[in-house]
Ligand binder design. Structure first.
Ligand code: MRU
Length: 351
């Protein structure tokens, strides 16, 4: 049972604690970290995952880096923090929230030249906590806007995990579904299992169990079948980066899902905090796509046996880009953005 935020700062022990998402749903384990390098490794290894959650992890990672540093002057400390920021940013490339969080914390220190190194250490922790708290508020705002798109009786296809686990708390797309459910709307969720790491089958299903929302897991290649059969009214997913023209990078498989939705006249919505919008990139072709180890694809088992030939090779891009023409709307904390996204997105994203 989830009893805490996905990530938090333990003020008694001065350490970062997070739920180890690799072990769910079988085991609920909270792990703690004392160095920014360990937090960076936790992000790479997907102990913590989901764009807003890894942004918060990077922020707390910088607060740890400030404590690790032996610097006596603010100038030395800032130099150590720049180095730690680079380590944290390199942990995963696609979700812009990671770089956004590091840059936000580092730029907040620009006015700190006159304070002592110890004051700066405290200041960074306060700023990291502020970022984490804001994430929860922002998710609730997105959920309120997005829930208006859901009608009583809807069956919704959901991809990956975008719930409380993918954020500090509440969630993006799953947060929308959760709020609509709490408003009393009868909803059924078809949960894409989300190969190869199964964030849907493991994490989204686990969350939906806790919220009491009815769901069924489907393998990723089944959603088109249910759409053509007239069983699906909406598609919801999150994003790891949205570019200025409204292209959406999200978990691998989102593109095929959005294609099938378009072909069947079913609206597909991406739910994102504006920290996931990267107006500096003109289009999705410019987004760096993480390619993970082929073992994640090859290690699938059936009845306890590995199914792939011993020498099989695999490809494992972790994300794909869904072109803006397949996106019906982008739900942000500031409201729902509709096409043309290149014109409308900048109105919703504060500089
Ligand atoms: O590889 P993951 O599990 O970090 O991928 C997560 C996703 O693709 C989510 O859909 C995305 O981060 C947005 S939801 C908060």
């Amino acid at each position: 049972m989830r009893t805490m935020r996905t990530i938090l700062w333990n003020y008694e022990k001065n350490e970062v604690e997070m739920i180890d998402q690799r072990l769910l749903p079988e085991t609920f384990l909270v792990v703690s970290y004392h160095t920014h390098q360990d937090v960076a490794r936790a992000i790479t290894d997907m102990v913590i995952r989901g764009a807003p959650a890894i942004g918060a992890a990077a922020a707390f990672g910088l607060a740890l880096a400030a404590r690790e540093s032996r610097a006596a002057s603010t100038r030395e400390l800032l130099s150590d923090l720049q180095a730690a920021g680079l380590t944290l940013k390199a942990a995963r490339p696609t979700a812009v929230n990671l770089a956004w969080a590091v840059d936000r914390l580092l730029s907040s220190t620009s006015s700190a030249e006159s304070t002592s190194a110890d004051e700066l250490r405290q200041f960074l922790l306060t700023e990291a906590q502020r970022l984490a708290d804001e994430d929860v508020e922002i998710n609730k705002c997105m959920a309120a806007h997005g829930a208006e798109l859901i009608a009583d009786g809807d069956t919704i296809v959901h991809h990956c995990n975008t719930g409380a686990l993918a954020t500090v708390d509440w969630g993006t797309a799953l947060g929308v579904i959760r709020t609509a459910w709490e408003q009393g709307k009868k909803i059924h969720v078809l949960v894409d299992e989300t190969r190869p790491r199964l964030q849907g089958a493991r994490l989204t299903a686990w969350e939906l169990e806790q919220y009491g929302i009815p769901y069924e897991i489907i393998s990723d290649n089944m959603s088109g079948y249910f759409m053509r059969a007239g069983k699906v009214q909406k598609v919801f997913f999150g994003a790891d980066r949205v570019t200025a023209n409204g292209d959406v990078a999200n978990k691998i498989g989102t593109y095929m899902l959005a294609l099938a939705a378009k072909d069947n006249g079913i609206p597909a919505y991406s739910v994102v905090p504006t920290s996931t919008v990267d107006l500096s990139l003109a289009h999705g072709g410019l987004i760096p796509i993480e390619e993970r180890t082929q073992d994640e694809v090859l290690n699938i088992q059936l009845a306890g046996e590995r199914v792939t030939p011993k020498n099989a090779k695999a490809r494992n891009p972790a994300f794909d880009v869904t072109p803006n023409r397949l996106i019906s709307g982008i739900v942000t904390e500031n409201g729902v953005v509709y096409p043309p996204f290149d014109v409308n997105l900048p109105k919703f994203v504060k500089p």
